[in-house]
Design a protein around this ligand. Structure first.
Ligand code: IMP
Length: 433
């Protein structure tokens, strides 16, 4: 039965919220719902490629760099060492929140070890895509080049910028490298920009720098709850996703501990977020893609346009092999199913229960993009519910067919459902299961 074994999954001391598809699962909404009972909310990876859309009252707020928890007054929000931070974007978002009457002063903390994304990383992102034989379809936010610099040990960290002289030196080295790389890629080296442009906001940093791991450890020791907010999704993880059509960080729950400087034993709950169907933005295989007519219909119903780039998302049926794989890789203790209401008007709903590849059935989420391109989903068809779920606040308010759909998802993913979201508003959620 739905939710029975998920008891407690939403009330962990230290909970990771992780995407279990190709991103855009609605993690922002889930974090927003859970944030009211947490003291600290921390992001552990990714950067401004993320787009967390949260609706508060009549207002829609899209955050790219600031954790979604920032919308809750009084909550402290941290960006861990695993994040690559676009400081211009961060300060713009903080200013916008303040302008909307959401006071963020003293509530944001940034790890000195986090790497900084500069305009030259964005120029490199664009030039690399332009020159690539197989284009990834990145968000163009400089994420890949910033993580590449980190791994190649030529990145610039927040700590470097705290000392203006040292900051100017390391940024100039980064710029010089970027100019050479741009020239090699056949792009204009001047696109790298200038040092002043790169470090224009560094003077706002000192008040923000925090020992993220220590703050989290203190909160947990004091019996206060912590949320670790993932960006993107499991199928976009650089190790576990549909490589090479992935982002450049580990998005999965294992990365949460590393990305905020705590040990894995501190985490006691992992909520995997899945949309009631599947979407993907950017290039790469999508096994359960709809036919063009359904694709258009669900895109419009679900507002499936990238929150960061505005690109239309490709849409498809619920892909259980992806979600079951994500359940294992992330060690899920519960799942949150979002956007159930988007399916309200369908006469029938389908679920891919497995993959077939080259005559073989029961194929798991494969390691290569060419195998994933070749898999044939095995579908099961269930009756639709053809009535609005948007007003449901308890499981028993849902139509019987919608409950059966959720039960089947739960069974196939092998993880109890802990939350169901039935609309964009904060209140449109079922946590009483
Ligand atoms: P990058 O992260 O900008 O390098 O983009 C790499 C891939 O990840 C592209 O397919 C992007 O569309 C995808 N991607 C990155 N961030 C998100 C996100 O927050 N939601 C969905 N897809 C994303």
């Amino acid at each position: 039965m739905i939710g029975r074994k998920a008891e407690g999954a939403l009330s962990g001391a230290c909970t990771v919220v992780v995407g279990c598809q190709w991103g855009d699962e609605g993690k922002g909404k889930v974090v927003d719902v859970l944030a009211k009972d947490a003291e600290l909310i921390a992001r552990y990876q990714g950067g401004a490629n993320a787009g967390h859309t949260v609706h508060v009252g009549d207002r829609q707020v899209v955050l790219h760099q600031v954790p979604s928890g920032a919308l809750h007054p009084g909550k402290r929000c941290l960006l861990g060492n695993g994040v690559v931070v676009d400081l211009g974007q961060l300060f713009d978002e903080l200013d916008e929140l303040d302008a909307r009457g959401i006071d963020t002063s003293g509530r944001i903390g940034l790890s000195a070890r986090a790497h900084v994304v500069f305009p030259y990383h964005k120029a490199l992102d664009a030039a690399t895509e332009e020159a690539a034989h197989r284009k990834i379809g990145t968000t163009g936010k400089g994420i890949g080049p910033a993580y590449e610099a980190k791994t190649a040990r030529r990145g610039v960290r927040v700590a470097d910028l705290l000392d203006p002289r040292r900051g100017a030196e390391v940024v100039e080295r980064g710029l010089e490298w970027a100019r050479r790389r741009l020239a090699l890629l056949g792009a204009d080296p001047a696109l790298a920009g200038e040092a002043e442009q790169a470090i224009r906001v560094a003077d706002r940093l000192p008040g923000l720098v925090a020992d993220v791991g220590a703050e989290i450890a203190d909160a947990l020791a004091g019996g206060r709850r912590v949320l670790l907010e993932g960006a993107q999704g499991t199928a976009l993880d650089v190790d576990h996703g549909s490589y090479p059509f992935v982002t450049s960080s580990n998005t999965t729950a294992g990365a949460a501990a590393v990305g905020v400087a705590i040990g894995p034993t501190a985490i006691d709950s992992v909520i995997g977020v899945v949309k009631a169907y599947t979407t993907r933005v950017g290039n790469g295989p999508l096994p359960t893609a709809f036919d063009p007519e359904m694709d258009e219909r669900i895109r419009e119903l679900g507002g499936e346009y990238g929150a960061t780039t505005g690109r239309p998302r490709r849409c498809g049926w619920f892909d259980a092999p992806v979600a079951a794989y994500a359940a294992r890789v992330n060690g899920l203790t519960g799942i949150a199913v979002t956007k159930l209401d988007v399916l309200d008007t369908l006469a029938e709903v389908r679920i891919a229960t497995g993959y077939r590849l080259g005559g073989e059935t029961g194929v798991a989420f494969p390691a290569t993009d060419w195998e994933l391109e070749g898999v044939e989903p095995v579908y099961e068809t269930l009756p639709g519910w053809r009535s609005a779920t948007t007003g449901a606040r308890r499981l028993r308010d849902l139509p019987r067919q919608a409950r059966s759909y959720l039960e089947r998802i739960e069974e196939l993913v092998g993880t109890p459902i802990a939350m169901v979201s039935v609309g964009t508003r904060r209140s449109q959620v079922i946590t009483e299961l």
